[in-house]
Ligand binder design. Structure first.
Ligand SMILES: C[S@@+](CC[C@H](N)C(=O)[O-])C[C@H]1O[C@@H](n2cnc3c(N)ncnc32)[C@H](O)[C@@H]1O
Ligand code: SF4
Length: 509
């Protein structure tokens, strides 16, 4: 070799500065071959691979450097880079593990370090939150909160994230102080401003709200293409008026979630019209609850393009039983819809609703087999409710369902959400919960197929009272005497029902 490896290294750095990365890498390889300081070469390569977004190569260099580091500060930087690579390639657990292995005594830019830690936490947990609900591991979240709670938020997103985590964990004092100090960060964005105000109104236990709802359950019509034995939608004749559709759309800018239901949403032109408008608002996640009997290709395209969650109502896994419960429905059409939904099924965006009744309570195992066959990994068990007790009532106890479904879910690696305890329980179990209360009446509005508005279908305490929608009162609902009474009652009693999965009350924490 004629030249000194040091010259090659300097040339490589010059090429890199001029963004001639391929040449820089060539020269770095020469340095490496001739035994030039291995660690320096690796650090330069990491920088280049970051610029080129070649994450695999960057990861390899980071891991090689970490095996034998020559400088404590550089080692911290390389670990930080490796954590970023894991974050960017969606390997969040690894990203956090590597980040938390960094020795804080050897960090040059402390500010940037903590900003990255909070951003990492946000990226790791954001998809587990939906309005006031959290679907991840609560104890893990509790530990995470203890790591991030002293890091100042640096934008509206991280402010909202810290507030929602604290409120979910019922640390209302933290939320109040946080928003008092940093609330201004959310001032310029309509969505975040409302969300942060809403978290503050939850934390302060306000009864009259200045913030608007963040989630809707929306029935645009009671019409259906079938007539299930347990359902009463066909007994009513509700149609959301054009005027009320327009009023509802004034809430879209504040929303995180809409659950479309009915009646059968997919047969209503109003559903398509309102969905199209709602899709303009990128903060909204959508769920469509459907019997799967009518699923036109245009709708499948919209679902796939927008990553919409689909809940398929399937109360029996065999044709004969299915068609006897879902009168007028065809099992073959359902299977056809399931096939069409393959792209969203693969992303885990399809779940099953199973209404537990006398007729099907002994067949829970079959729905697990069915779900497994079609690669659906989430099942909701809903208690059959209503006046038709002979068909709807189920003698099997909630404990049994929990027990059976937990065993089956474990065996088949599925997520099960069981709300069967709520109906059989009269609320007497609300006890020993201090400082916690259900957030649903602060966050959600549910438009039912009966033309009423309630916070959620599972709000049993107030079922005897309802807010009846008319042409002029929709925008009054949110702070109506009805909802104020409900909020006051929940603040006193903590929840309508201690078992309610929407109630977000967790004794562990
Ligand atoms: C009323 S439907 C509307 C959406 C759509 N038509 C469907 O069947 O999925 C919404 C959900 O309520 C469930 N459901 C119907 N009647 C019920 C009852 N009596 N008790 C509990 N859930 C019921 C349905 O199975 C469905 O999962
Ligand atoms: S398909 Fe849905 S809305 Fe229609 S009758 Fe059945 S449960 Fe009710």
């Amino acid at each position: 070799m004629n030249s000194n490896p040091n010259e090659f290294f300097e040339k490589a750095k010059d090429f890199s500065k001029n963004k001639e990365y391929e040449k820089a890498l060539e020269y770095l390889d020469i340095c490496y071959r001739y035994g030039y300081v291995r660690e320096k070469v690796l650090i330069e390569k990491i920088k280049i691979f970051f610029e080129l977004k070649k994450w695999q190569e960057a990861e390899r260099c980071c891991l090689e450097y970490i095996k034998n580091p020559d400088d404590k500060y550089l080692e911290s930087e390389v670990r930080l880079s490796l954590s970023k690579i894991y974050k960017l390639t969606d390997r969040m657990d690894k990203a956090v593990e590597v980040f938390d292995s960094i020795n804080k005594n050897f960090i040059k830019e402390t500010n940037a370090f903590y900003i990255e830690r909070l951003d990492l936490s946000y990226s790791r947990y954001k998809d587990y939150f939906l309005v006031h609900q959290f679907s991840g591991n609560k104890n893990e979240l509790y530990n995470e909160f203890n790591i991030i709670k002293n890091i100042p938020p640096f934008d509206s997103q991280t402010l909202f994230f810290l507030a929602r985590v604290a409120n979910f964990l019922h640390d209302y004092d933290y939320t109040k102080k946080l928003i008092e100090k940093y609330g201004v960060l959310a001032e310029n964005n309509v969505f975040y401003k409302n969300a942060v105000l809403n978290e503050n109104e939850i934390a302060t236990g306000s009864v009259i709200l200045k913030s608007f709802p963040r989630g809707l359950w929306l029935a645009v019509s009671s019409k259906c293409n079938v007539s299930c034995i347990m359902c009463r939608s066909n007994e009513t004749n509700f149609e959301l008026s054009e005027n009320n559709m327009q009023k509802i759309s004034t809430y879209f800018k504040y929303l995180e979630h809409i659950s479309w239901w009915g009646g059968e949403p997919t047969i209503s032109p109003k559903f398509y019209k309102l969905l199209e408008k709602a899709l303009e608002y990128k903060n909204i996640k959508h769920t469509i609850i459907t019997n799967g009997q009518y699923m036109p290709d245009e709708l499948v395209d919209i679902i796939v393009k927008n990553n919409i969650e689909i809940v398929l109502s399937i109360d029996a896994a065999e044709k004969e039983k299915y068609e006897s419960i879902r009168r007028g429905a065809s099992f073959d059409k359902l299977l056809n819809t399931i096939e069409k939904l393959a792209p969203v099924r693969e992303k885990g965006l399809v779940r099953i609703n199973y209404v537990v009744m006398n007729m099907n309570k002994g067949e829970l195992n079959k729905v697990f087999d069915f779900a497994g066959k079609y690669k659906i990994s989430k099942i909701n068990f809903i208690p059959g409710c209503g006046n038709n007790t002979e068909k709807n009532d189920f003698e099997i106890s909630n404990v049994d369902i929990n027990d059976i479904s937990a065993k089956l879910a474990d065996a088949k690696n599925m997520d099960v959400f069981n709300s069967c305890g709520i109906i059989k329980n009269d609320g007497r179990q609300i006890n020993c919960v201090r400082n916690n209360f259900c957030h649903t009446p602060w966050t959600y509005m549910t438009f039912s197929y009966k033309g009423t508005i309630i916070p959620d279908n599972l709000c049993k305490f107030f079922n005897d009272k309802e807010f009846v929608l008319n042409e002029t009162n929709l925008l009054e609902y949110w702070n109506s005497a009805y909802v104020q009474d409900l909020r006051k009652s929940v603040l006193q009693k903590h929840a309508c029902n201690y078992n309610c999965p929407q109630a977000n009350i967790n004794k562990l924490l």
